[in-house]
Write a protein that binds this ligand. Sequence first.
Ligand code: GDP
Length: 463
Amino acid sequence: MVLAQLGGSISRALQQMSNATIIDEKVLNDCLNEITRALLQADVQFKLVRDMQTNIKKIVNLDDLAAGHNKRKIIQQAIFNELCKILDPGKLAFTLKKGKPSVVMFVGLQGSGKTTRCTKYAYYHQKKGWKPALVCADTFRAGAFDQLKQNATKAKIPFYGRKSSSKCVEVVVIPKSDPVRIAVEGVERFKKENCDLIIVDTSGRHKQEAALFEEMRQVSEATKPDLVIFVMDSSIGQAAFDQAQAFKQSVAVGAVIVTKMDGHAKGGGALSAVAATKSPVIFIGTGEHMDEFEVFDVKPFVSRLLGMGDWSGFMDKIHEVVPMDQQPELLQKLSEGTFTLRIMYEQFQNILKMGPIGQVFSMLPGFSQELMPQGREKESQAKIKRYMTMMDSMTNEELDSSNPKLMNESRIMRIARGCGRPVRDVVDMLEEYKRLAKVWGKMKGLKIPKKGEMSALSRNMNA
Ligand code: GDP
């Protein structure tokens, strides 16, 4: 996965710098060269990378930094800020209001992941209490109708298109291939039904061509969307700049979704190129499944890239999936910093519930690379289940103790016999526990955030 590769290289470079006894010019240059290489490999534009390097060197003037300054922190902060600058378009996406009917039009080339993303976007908002509806105005690609209808039915989202037989869908027969008419009728219908998020999927073509842009313009004029979302495949890297510009010149693109960030090495280039067109990226697609769709926010994203975790995203996930009555207790435990095997067990339970486990882990510093390598989620999930089976053979005293010395040889042998696993597996699990306990320990003294304080928390934790 692109982010894992890029993030891995960048955090390795930072780690090497942290391990150096003295931070001098050479150590700083080595670190910056490593980061430069990683960014260029991810297809980030050369000029952006070069400017980043120059800016960091200007900020981090080692000669001027008096003794006592934490040079590592200053360098890390400068790298963080410069990466944010590369990805920040300096413009926010238009915010839609829940309860007020809004029309959102999806545009993009064929195969970019537009139709898949429409449902994910609808589903994401549905979970947050919106009343979304889907309209299929893609009359160009055979199969788009069935695909969207199927997805809509699965997610129980009202759907409107050219023909239908599904239960959750109205039966509508419209003269063939009139995307503008289909779009208008769908929007009118769902406005009457008080849907507050009416999503119109439009046709794509294999390449940017006049017919595609003309059709987009007509649908846009007829439906007057509150927001036009341009969906693009990240595999084109920095060529995303031209593509995003071309779409922006034809319709009023207000936000971008960059897809397939799971499969291509050029994702970093695509994201920075889109930012350069002053278009805010609002989501990234990280896989084909419904949940593999993440809100894109520059600071937490860079924070994850640097291996510092994404506490705001993690807290959001906690609010989303941990039952309300269990949240205060979990946050309390986090702030105490004491990590017992029982807490690890409960966290594994939560993580298994949180859906795509890779997403959740990548938000936590320390968890992501070791226990949860990107792209190997299934194996990691199996590993977690295995650990939990072993923990089922532990006594309450063992589960509730935070003293690693308690787990002596005879206890380890007994647990191995109890769960029917080799002793080395139990040892392995206890090693993992010690590693996670160290990460957890960093959260000691954590100020439990109220909603809206997430980014402040993120900054504190990353400092
Ligand atoms: P459209 O022609 O733009 O409507 O594209 P589709 O939504 O039909 O997607 C094209 C293909 O890309 C399908 O096979 C999707 O399952 C796949 N796809 C879409 N988004 C992603 C993503 O984020 N990651 C991966 N790996 N595949 C994706």
